[in-house]
Structure formats: structure tokens, C-alpha cells
Design a protein around this ligand. Structure first.
Ligand SMILES: Nc1ncnc2c1ncn2[C@@H]1O[C@H](COP(=O)(O)OP(=O)(O)O)[C@@H](O)[C@H]1O
Ligand SMILES: [Mg+2]
Length: 793
């Protein structure tokens, strides 16, 4: 060693540390080597080459450290990261162009303690780190997830070697897996460095998972874009090539532009399409026109597309309708729990249709909040009748042409969505669901509802004229069904044409039954599980309903059930269990913290907050009215984007509070020196109407008397300036929502007693009903006896 020109600092350690405590450091600019990974490292700088050669000669390991700034030419200790990877040099390659490469095997993380030498190369004393060998289940779980996602990512990579996925499958240790994935991930060196420096295994796994998630997202997007452009290109190229070939063949055959094969085919299709005579003649004229056009003309492809549409329409295809009432009843019961009244009405409708097939049957329209089964009832009806089902979504349609089609004057014009749905159905008598008729809106492009009226009008719809088709199409055999969230929002002429069937929200018990009988079974199948493999007890379903959903229907319930079953599917697929029984305690782990738990209790824990009940297009909800007092001059401040009527209602409440100051035991002087602030927090609830009067009044009284509102009480009712409680609408929806939110007592206007009958049995049993005529009675029931401790009066 002494005959070497350079001194090897390694060979003369002061305190004789163990060999691997002292490392030759090779600074790198743009890459991070991880333990467990073999990578080529290009080196070019004098000091790096000297260091690497010495390491090779002395069979020592080297330590790679990323530079803080990649531009630094000869980084000193201060210009390097402190955490790096110790590696052994597997091979040293000197290229023909004079470049030097090290093939390195990353081995262990290390942290630099101090530098013992900087010349002729850097040498540092280091402390190495090892990942724990046994890990707790939370880390194991992450590592399972990471392995899956990593394989998913590899499969998305356009040119990934198949070995990569296998290699990932083969890595057992969580830390090693995180390192390998981090190494292959296409992220900035700084980000990799951060991962390298994260010694905590859980943190590291979480971060890698997060980064990988983002990469997968990007990979997916770019793959989708790729396929789309490629498909579009290939399609166009193919067509051009085929056309050219066709032209050549025709030339060979001595046929010129006359009578090409594809047109002959089209002619045959026209003959076979079963068109009414008038339409067929029109189609033949179009065909003749097409034959005269040069193929290259833009017009040609437009005319061609048009003829395709004409040919594709089911002019005379009719499915046979099976009208067996018993069978229909069975189908409806198979697909839907409860809804007895609705099913009865549907069966009546079908019975009438059976008795009088030629008569005009009314158009049914299901009205109710999202997720209560409107769409799926339509599908059931189609299934019961043995007819095709198609859905036309009218949400946001504000252009007449979307219903009636665009004229064929420009490229890309198409028939309206009714004709499109008929073509998709492939028959002239499908069940056609006009979804969300309440979401239509008129605009300068015309009123779509008038077009829809024509579609539905039995006097006219046997000759419905779509602007694009330009010829009449018979819609009279279509079975139309409408749906809407809000009755009032349906344009009146349209509403008059339809027979409205209301679907209100489900109670907790009904949801439980629906979940047990339908949603779980469906989601089991959707997630590839067999019935025995997952058990969700009633208690678990109840918790999901109460703590993780807040809706009138069962849509998010179905989603949450799906999420739980997916989680189970992973456990079973990983071979960790043959079947899983979910306990209520597992839910937090799987679905996260409860979302709607105890919101009422939390909010009403301070004076000034009252729980009101609101009617909403989606079936009722609770809302909070929050009052506070600030020094001022007796003004009223209203926030929360309240409508005019609600503002008036708040004003009335303040007046009423002032009038009753004495009986409430308030100091009138205090009221004069304060501004009152009433806020109704944002939410999806339309905040207008007078029905929050009692709640606003109660919230103010609660604030000023410093008595909190009982956290299991909710209220609705309009107030008069003399303190009377006036009746309001939506009692059924409101009480259902109250029960859903865990309220025990509802305070309602005495004059709404007549609505009691409408309230579902289970809700009636779950709630205590307090019928009040005057606001005092409401306060007596709502406010707690003893004042709250002075905190935020
Ligand atoms: N009474 C019920 N019985 C069984 N499943 C139901 C019931 N009501 C709703 N569902 C299911 O809930 C989901 C949402 O229903 P959907 O028909 O889309 O609601 P809507 O059209 O009213 O918004 C569907 O999967 C549906 O089958
Ligand atoms: Mg729907």
C-alpha cells in the first residue's frame, strides 16, 4: 500500500474504527442509489475516479452522496446531503470514449458523522442504518398494498421488462420493497433523496405509496391519450388505404366511379331496413345523390353518415311485450325492497295497459331524491315487460337541438338524444327513461321542454321529426318514463302530461333491509366474492348507515358497502384469510373516521345553536342556526346566503325576542348595546322559506339566556310577530331526516298534526313529537334548564 503515490486516509484511522465506519465518499449529481438496487453510476470527476479506484483496489465499499446543487463542480462536505447509500462496486467499466462507470450494488443507508479527509478524495466517518427485520401488521399491510400498486404501475409502463414485475413480487421485506420501488419511480432526485433519508419505515412506505399513486394516475392518463390518438389515426389511415385499394380494383375491373361495392351494400341495407315507403323513397334519392358525389368530397362522408343513420334506425322492429302481471310483480319484488305503494301503482299501470293495449297509457314520472330507486324501477319495468331499456339524460339540457337534433348543414351534426336512444335500443318500443326532466332549462337556443312535449304527445309522436333525420319516425310505441328530483321544477306543461309517483327517502330500518337483501349481494358479486367469504352483521350495516352516509336514498350506502367488501377482497386475495367477518370496530380502519357522527351534539354544545329541519329537493335534512352577539347598536347581521323570506323570518325572530325580553329575563339595555349575528352554515340546503323561524328564535333565545339547546331536539315552524307557531310543509321529509340524524324529539307546529299520518311508522316510533302553538312552548322543550358556564356569551 505504501508504494502508492496517494495517501490512503482509510489506512491510517486515528481511533481505529471498524472498517465500514469509514467510507470513501463519491458525490453524485443527479441520481440516488437505494439499498438493494444495482445501478450503473457514471463518474468523471478526478476526485471521484481516484476514490473509486482506491475503493476497488482495497476492496472497500463506497458511499454515494447526492450533491445539494447539481452544478457544484467539486462539492465539499457542506455541499452534500448527509444521508447516502453504502455500496459495493461490482464492476468498474472504462468506456472506449474514456468514460468511467461503476456498476454498484446498493447495500445500506448511512448518515455522515464527520469527514476525516477531503483530499485526494472525500472520506467520512459514518453510521449505518438497517431496516427492522420483523414489522408490525400496519407496516405489513402497507407493504402488501405497495406491492400491488407497484405491479399495477409496471403493467402500465409501455416498455417495462416482465422481470420487473416478478422482481417486485419476490421482494419480501417492506423496507427493501419501498426502496426498490422508489428507485424505479420516475421522480426527481431530490424526492428520492428525501425517501432515502426517511428512516421511519411507515413514513417511507406511505410516501412511496403516495408518489406511486400519482405516477399511476399520470401513466393511466397518458396511456388513454395514446390509445385514443393511435386508434383515431389508424382508423383514418385504414380508411384511406382501403379506399385507394378499392379505386385500383375498380379500375382493373373496368368499373369507373359508378356502382362501387360499398354503395351496393348500402342499397341492400336500405331495402332491408323496413322503412315506411315514404322514408325508403327518400333514402333511395339520397343514395342516388351519394353515387354521383366524388368520394373525396367532404359532403360525401356527411351523406354517407346520414344514410347509415337512416339504415340503422329500427323502423319496423318491435319487441313482443310480455304483459303478465304476476311475473311483473315478481320482477319488481326481486329488484326492490319495500316501495309497496309505488309497486302497486306500477302494476295498476301495467294492468291497464294489458286490458287496453291500444289506449293511451299515461306517462309515469318518478319524483324523489337521488338514490331511492327511480332509475332502477324503470329498468325493472323494462325487464318485467321483456323490453329494451334506454336512458336519456336531460340534466343540463338547454338546447332544443339536443332533443330534436341538428340540421344536416354542418359536419358533425347528429340526431337528438331521443333518436339516438332509439337507435341504441334497436327497437321501436323500448322503455325510454327521460331522466331528470326537472333539470331541463330554456335558453336562447330554444326551449327543450317544448321539443320534449312533442316527443310525448300521443297526437304527434307517431310522426316525430328529428331535425337530423328529416323524416318522421314513429315514437308512439315507446314506453316513456320520466324521473325528477323536484316536482316544482318540472316545466308545467310537461308535468301535466305525466302521472307523478312520489318516492320519499328510506328510513334507517328500510335502508338496513335494502342493504342486507340487495346491496351486499350485488357488491359481493361486483367484487368477485362468494357469499360465504364476507360477513357484514346488521350492527355493521347500521353503523355504516348512521356514521358514514347522510342521504335519503341508498347510493352512498351502496358505495360504502362496496368499499368495505373491496377491502375484504384484498385480504382474501392475499391469502390472509378464507373469510372475513367485519366488526363495527373495523369500520374506522376501512372507511376512515365516522363522517356524520354526533354532528348535532358537537354543534349544539354552546349556547346560540339550534337544530332546524329543512325540506330539500333531496329529501330533507337538518340544518344549524347559529347566533352570536357582538358589541354594537342593536343591528341584525345575517350571513350564510339566506334567501329573502328567510331573512324576514330572522328579523321577525329578533323582534319577537326583544318583545319577550322581560319574560326571557333579558336586560333590554344589553340588547341595545349589541349587534346580533345569525348565521346558517353553508351546505347543500336551499336556505329560504319561513320554516326556520322557530329555530332562529330558539337560537337567539339560547344565546341571550345562555342556555344551550338540548342536543337531541330539532324543530321546524314559521313564527308570527305575536309568537304563534304557524304550519309548514315537508313534515314527512323533515322528520325522516331528523330520525336519520339521531334526533330524539321534534318540535312541530300544532297545526301540522294532520300530517302525522304521512310519517313512516318507524320514524313515528323513533321520535317524540312535541306539537306547539306558541314559541314559548318550543323554548320550554328545547332549552336546557341551567345556564351554561359563562364562556362565549
Ligand atoms: N328499494 C330498493 N331496493 C333495492 N335496491 C334499491 C332500492 N332503492 C334503491 N336501490 C338501489 O340503489 C341504487 C340507486 O338507485 P337509482 O335507481 O340509481 O336511484 P335514482 O335513480 O332514484 O337516483 C341502485 O343500485 C338501486 O338498485
Ligand atoms: Mg337515477
Amino acid at each position: 500500500m505504501n508504494d502508492r503515490p496517494e495517501e490512503t486516509p482509510v489506512s491510517e484511522p486515528a481511533a481505529a474504527p471498524a472498517p465500514e465506519d469509514v467510507l470513501i465518499i463519491v458525490p453524485v449529481r443527479n441520481m440516488v442509489l437505494f439499498p438493494g438496487v444495482v445501478l450503473p453510476v457514471a463518474i468523471g470527476r478526478e476526485r471521484s475516479i481516484a476514490g473509486a479506484q482506491e475503493a476497488l483496489r482495497a476492496r472497500r465499499k463506497v458511499g454515494f452522496l447526492l450533491q445539494l446543487e447539481s452544478e457544484t463542480e467539486n462539492p465539499g462536505p457542506e455541499e452534500l446531503h448527509k444521508v447516502g447509500t453504502m455500496a459495493s462496486i461490482v464492476r468498474y467499466v472504462t468506456g472506449q470514449d474514456g468514460t468511467h462507470h461503476l456498476i454498484c450494488q446498493g447495500e445500506q443507508r448511512f448518515t455522515v458523522l464527520d469527514y476525516v479527509s477531503t483530499d485526494p478524495f472525500l472520506v467520512a466517518r459514518v453510521e449505518t442504518h438497517e431496516d427492522p427485520v420483523t414489522v408490525p401488521p400496519e407496516i405489513e399491510a402497507r407493504s402488501v398494498a405497495l406491492r400491488e400498486r407497484a405491479i399495477e404501475a409496471v403493467e402500465l409502463l409501455p416498455q417495462a421488462p416482465a422481470e420487473l414485475a416478478n422482481a417486485i413480487r419476490g421482494i419480501e421485506a417492506a423496507g427493501a420493497l419501498a426502496d426498490v420501488v422508489a428507485s424505479f419511480m420516475d421522480v426527481k432526485p431530490a424526492e428520492k433523496q428525501e425517501l432515502l433519508a426517511t428512516f421511519d419505515l411507515k413514513q417511507r412506505l406511505d410516501r412511496v405509496l403516495e408518489l406511486l399513486g400519482q405516477r399511476i394516475e399520470v401513466l393511466r392518463l397518458s396511456r388513454d391519450i395514446d390509445t385514443k390518438t393511435r386508434e383515431a389515426l389508424e382508423e383514418r389511415q385504414k380508411e384511406a388505404i382501403l379506399r385507394e385499394r378499392l379505386r385500383q380494383i375498380r379500375k382493373e375491373l373496368g368499373e369507373d366511379e359508378e356502382g362501387p361495392a360499398e354503395l351496393a351494400e348500402l342499397e341492400e341495407s336500405v331495402a332491408k331496413a323496413g322503412m315506411p315507403q315514404e322514408v325508403e323513397e327518400h333514402a333511395r334519392r339520397e343514395l342516388a345523390r351519394l353515387k354521383r358525389m366524388p368520394e373525396a368530397a367532404g359532403e360525401y362522408s356527411m351523406a354517407r353518415t346520414y344514410l347509415d343513420w337512416l339504415v340503422a334506425m329500427p323502423w319496423s322492429k318491435l319487441d313482443t311485450e310480455h304483459l303478465d302481471i304476476e311475473r311483473a310483480r315478481k320482477v319488481l319484488d326481486e329488484d326492490h325492497y319495500g316501495l309497496e305503494k309505488v309497486k302497486k301503482r306500477i302494476l295498476e299501470f301495467l294492468a291497464v295497459r294489458k286490458l287496453n293495449p291500444e289506449g293511451r297509457s299515461p306517462i309515469l314520472c318518478f319524483v324523489g331524491p337521488p338514490g331511492v330507486g327511480k332509475t332502477s324501477l324503470g329498468q325493472s319495468i323494462a325487464r318485467a315487460l321483456g323490453l329494451k331499456f334506454q336512458r336519456v339524460s336531460l340534466g343540463g339540457v338547454h338546447d332544443e337541438a339536443e332533443i330534436r337534433g341538428h340540421r344536416r348543414t354542418y359536419i358533425g351534426s347528429l340526431p337528438g338524444n331521443v333518436v339516438q336512444a332509439i337507435r341504441k335500443a334497436g327497437t321501436r318500443n323500448p322503455v325510454l327513461m327521460l331522466d331528470e326532466v326537472d333539470k331541463l332549462s330554456a335558453s336562447i337556443q330554444g326551449d327543450p321542454s317544448s321539443a320534449l312535449l312533442e316527443v310525448l304527445d300521443p297526437e304527434q309522436n307517431n310522426t316525430f321529426r328529428d331535425n337530423y333525420l328529416g323524416v318522421p319516425f314513429d315514437l308512439s310505441k315507446v314506453l316513456f318514463i320520466g324521473t325528477a328530483n323536484v316536482l316544482d321544477a318540472i316545466p308545467v306543461p310537461l308535468r301535466d302530461r305525466m302521472e307523478i309517483i312520489h318516492l320519499t327517502g328510506y328510513t334507517e330500518e328500510e335502508k338496513l333491509e335494502i342493504a342486507k337483501r340487495y346491496l351486499v349481494t350485488r357488491q359481493l358479486a361486483a367484487n368477485g366474492l362468494k357469499p360465504g367469504q364476507a360477513q357484514l352483521a346488521d350492527e355493521v350495516l347500521r353503523r355504516i348507515i348512521a356514521d358514514y352516509t347522510r342521504e335519503a336514498g341508498v347510493r352512498s350506502l351502496e358505495r360504502q358497502v362496496g368499499a368495505v367488501l373491496r377491502n375484504i377482497a384484498v385480504t382474501i386475495a392475499a391469502g390472509e384469510a378464507a373469510s372475513v367477518t367485519v366488526s363495527p370496530e373495523d369500520l374506522t380502519r376501512i372507511l376512515g373516521a365516522p363522517r356524520f357522527e354526533n354532528e348535532v351534539a358537537l354543534r349544539t354544545s354552546v349556547p346560540g345553536v339550534a337544530t332546524g329541519l329543512a325540506w330539500t329537493p333531496v329529501g330533507g335534512d337538518i340544518l344549524f342556526v347559529e347566533s352570536s352577539r357582538v358589541p354594537g347598536s342593536g343591528k341584525l347581521i345575517l350571513t350564510g346566503q339566506l334567501g329573502e323570506v328567510m331573512k324576514e323570518s330572522a328579523q321577525a325572530a329578533v323582534t319577537l325576542v326583544k318583545a319577550q325580553a322581560e319574560s326571557l329575563g333579558l336586560d333590554p339595555a344589553l340588547l341595545e348595546k349589541s349587534d346580533l349575528h345569525v348565521h346558517v352554515p353553508a351546505g347543500a340546503i336551499p336556505k329560504d322559506g319561513p320554516s326556520a323561524g322557530v329555530a332562529i328564535f330558539t337560537s337567539l333565545a339560547s344565546l341571550l339566556t345562555n342556555r344551550t339547546v338540548a342536543n337531541d331536539v330539532a324543530m321546524t315552524g314559521e313564527i308570527s310577530l305575536r309568537g304563534l307557531v304557524l304550519p309548514v310543509g315537508g313534515i314527512k321529509e323533515k322528520t325522516v331526516a331528523a330520525a336519520r340524524a339521531g334526533i330524539r324529539t321534534v318540535i312541530l307546529p300544532a297545526r301540522n298534526r294532520r300530517d302525522f299520518e304521512e310519517i313512516p311508522e318507524s320514524v313515528r316510533n323513533a321520535l317524540e313529537f312535541v306539537w306547539v302553538e306558541k314559541v314559548e312552548e318550543a323554548l320550554a322543550r328545547a332549552l336546557k334548564e341551567t345556564p351554561a358556564r359563562r364562556a362565549a356569551a
